[in-house]
Write a protein that binds this ligand. Structure first.
Ligand SMILES: [Zn+2]
Length: 120
């Protein structure tokens, strides 16, 4: 279960090899695609494209990135706690690594992602 960690950090979220597998295994919906690729309705991405001049998350704590949404955003606290609880119930660790989200906790992760409201 362990040993897949990329570069010792969960910051390298979903390397391309994983992304490819993900699209084959998980029902794809816009929020999930956004979190897997970092491309979509996330402010840091829109900012990079010059589509917005505000890259802050609505929680106003920092830039809205994929990592921020999954691991830090206080607006997602409840959903995140639920996901962490489920992962720990199955004997897993938090923070989970890139690949365990997909390989071991897919249902929990998809549920978390579905609860995101990526609006502008
Ligand atoms: Zn936030």
């Amino acid at each position: 279960m362990d040993g897949y960690e990329e570069g010792g950090s969960y910051r390298s979220f979903f390397p391309p090899s994983v992304r490819k597998r993900v699209t084959q295994k998980i029902p794809i919906f816009p929020e999930l695609t956004t979190l897997l690729t970092g491309h979509g309705n996330i402010k840091s991405y829109l900012y990079r494209l010059g589509l917005t001049d505000n890259r802050m998350c609505p929680c106003e704590e920092e830039e809205q990135t994929v990592d921020h949404l999954i691991f830090k955003c206080k607006k997602l606290c409840n959903q995140r706690q639920e996901m962490i609880r489920q992962i720990k119930n199955t004997g897993g660790n938090w923070p989970a690594t890139n690949e365990t989200f997909i390989n071991n906790y897919q249902n929990f992760f998809v549920k978390f992602v579905k609860s995101l409201e990526l609006s502008d």
